[in-house]
Design a protein around this ligand. Structure first.
Ligand code: PLP
Length: 222
């Protein structure tokens, strides 16, 4: 993908998003020069899904980037990103949240997190059941996690062409978001990727995670 193509993809994506919708540019597998290019176009929020890759990229890029971790995070790796991560979108267990809280305290900062809720009908490995997300949220309200801030929810829809299915799943997460918001104000409902962000926004997403529509297809892995 040429830098010119990335520029026009980025512009097109930005033009597609309503004012109130935050863009997380998902840069996993893409080289530093491409990320720097999108930064130069004005983007400040980037998402990565692997700790090692993020830890390698972080020192090579401007310090005012807000990094979001969007992939499954192993408890023993929190320490490698705790000093600089802006938001961990993929909190999928109580154990992980406890460790994030501990590491945030160590670095004397507050780490923002989203609870990742399982909404897809397809069998997915990661994400909290709805009742687990509610319990964790309540524990946080009761003061269990002083060094983290739960700013919202994240979810992924089933990977399918069936737009009705996708809309049903996003609508479910929006309903949970609205319910929890009655207990404490939440800022971020993160749902929607390159293939389904329009549906997600129609269902109430105010943050989208877009990779391939900006940077092109990934060369390896996901
Ligand atoms: C890779 C990834 C994305 C972006 O996917 P694209 O289809 O490239 O936009 C969004 N969210 C998560 C959790 C991801 O792992």
């Amino acid at each position: 993908m040429s830098l010119d193509n990335i520029s026009s993809n980025y512009q097109k994506t930005i033009n597609d998003l309503p004012q109130n919708v935050q863009l997380v540019a998902v840069s996993k597998t893409h080289p530093i020069e491409h990320i720097q290019h999108v930064y130069n176009l004005g983007q400040r929020i980037f998402g990565e899904n692997k700790v090692q890759e993020l830890a390698e990229k972080y020192p090579q890029l401007p310090k005012d980037i807000q990094w979001h971790l969007i992939g499954h995070l192993q408890t023993n790796k929190v320490k490698y990103i705790a000093e600089f991560i802006d938001t961990i979108q993929s909190v999928d267990s109580e154990k992980l949240l406890e460790e994030i809280d501990r590491q945030a305290a160590k670095f004397q900062r507050k780490i923002k997190v989203l609870l990742q809720v399982k909404i897809a009908e397809e069998e997915t490995k990661f994400g909290l059941e709805i009742h687990e997300a509610k319990e964790i949220f309540q524990d946080d309200l009761n003061g269990k996690y002083p060094n983290i801030e739960i700013t919202g929810l994240m979810g992924m829809a089933t990977f399918t062409d069936d737009k009705n299915q996708v809309t049903k799943e996003f609508t479910l997460l929006k309903q949970i978001f609205d319910k929890l918001s009655l207990l404490k104000k939440l800022d971020t409902l993160s749902m929607g990727m390159s293939g389904d962000y329009k549906e997600a926004i129609a269902c109430g997403a105010n943050s989208v995670r877009i990779g391939s529509a900006i940077f092109g297809s990934r060369q390896y892995g996901v």
